[in-house]
Design a protein around this ligand. Structure first.
Ligand code: ADP
Length: 298
């Protein structure tokens, strides 16, 4: 089993052809979709064939049932903690004609998880724990992440962390983040996050450097695929299959979910990264951050 602890978010995706003007403007399309880096990765892991995916996440009372139903349909066994005083985390995703996105986030209940929400039984039978990096940005959810990491360490369960966004990392500080995740087995940053965490402009050098601190580092490079690094060296470069991108939201989460499912099934890091790239290439062709329900693409 895979246990994911992470953010459950409502994505409001607005597409437009030309940048919106002040006043009232018309979007090409506005859709409300389930998202959140943690929840998305869990869904992609289930989609990629992982039979038992568990998710611990926080939501508000406003959208609990809506999220629970979508996670259930995606094959994820979710324990959603309801915070009666906070709205469900919401992200406004502005997607332009070239499929690049601008995100405006209010994490709401998603980052109000705390150690009180932890129960060791969540790890029963788990072969892996994955933490969404967003958890590290508030005190209470960071404490939960650390409690879960420690419980995983005691049981010999490997831990992976996706460092969330470069914007958040910049505010937290790379040093604090790297100290907090020192016990992880795998770090899954994108190129911007890898650069921010190391101060190195070159993604390959950043990957190599990070792998001196965490045993396995996989850096995603958008359309250029991914790099795998271990023990201070880049050990594999994995190309991305060509894809016609319509919405890059969730590409990294798809990569993460498929990578984790493959690792759990026994794949070596480079082979798992190739699975990640396959899922990422599918994700960029879909609106929003989740796989299409019912259709196995992996
Ligand atoms: P994030 O969404 O975290 O910023 P990336 O943009 O690096 O992450 O994308 C993650 C993965 O998704 C890449 O490693 C790649 O496999 C796939 N991917 C992203 N963009 C494209 C693209 N335009 N074409 C094909 N694959 C892509």
């Amino acid at each position: 089993a895979l246990l994911v602890i992470g953010d459950v978010i409502t994505d409001v995706v607005a597409r437009f052809a030309t940048p919106p003007a002040h006043g009232t403007d018309t979007a090409a399309e506005i859709r409300t979709l389930p998202g959140g880096a943690g929840a998305n990765a869990a869904c992609w892991a289930a989609h990629s064939g992982c039979a038992d995916v568990r998710l611990l996440g926080g939501v508000g009372a406003d959208a609990r049932d809506w999220h629970a139903e979508r996670l259930r349909r995606a094959g994820v066994r979710a324990r959603l903690v309801v915070d009666p005083h906070a709205p469900t985390g919401t992200v406004i995703c502005l997607v332009d004609a070239s499929a690049e996105r601008t995100l405006l986030t209010d994490s709401g209940a998603a980052l109000r998880l705390s150690p009180a929400d932890w129960s060791p039984s969540l790890l029963d039978g788990a072969g892996r724990l994955h933490l969404s990096g967003y958890l590290f940005f508030t005190g209470s959810s960071r404490r939960l992440a650390l409690v879960a990491m420690e419980a995983a360490r005691e049981r010999g369960v490997p831990v992976s962390v996706d460092p969330a966004s470069a914007g958040f990392l910049g505010r937290l500080g790379p040093h604090r983040f790297l100290t907090a995740v020192a016990g992880a087995e795998t770090l899954l940053p994108n190129a911007d996050e890898a650069r921010l965490l190391t101060g190195l402009p070159d993604a390959a050098r950043a990957a190599a450097e990070l792998s001196r601190r965490v045993p396995l580092v996989v850096v995603t490079l958008g359309a250029a695929g991914a790099l795998v690094a271990a023990e201070g060296e880049v050990t594999a470069r994995v190309p991305a299959p060509p894809a016609r991108a319509v919405d890059t939201t969730g590409a990294g989460d798809a990569f993460t979910g498929a990578f984790l499912a493959a690792r759990l099934a026994g794949a070596e890091p480079a082979a798992a990264a190739a699975e990640g790239c396959r899922a990422g290439a599918v994700a960029v062709t879909l609106p929003g951050g989740r796989p299409e329900p019912g259709r196995r693409t992996a």
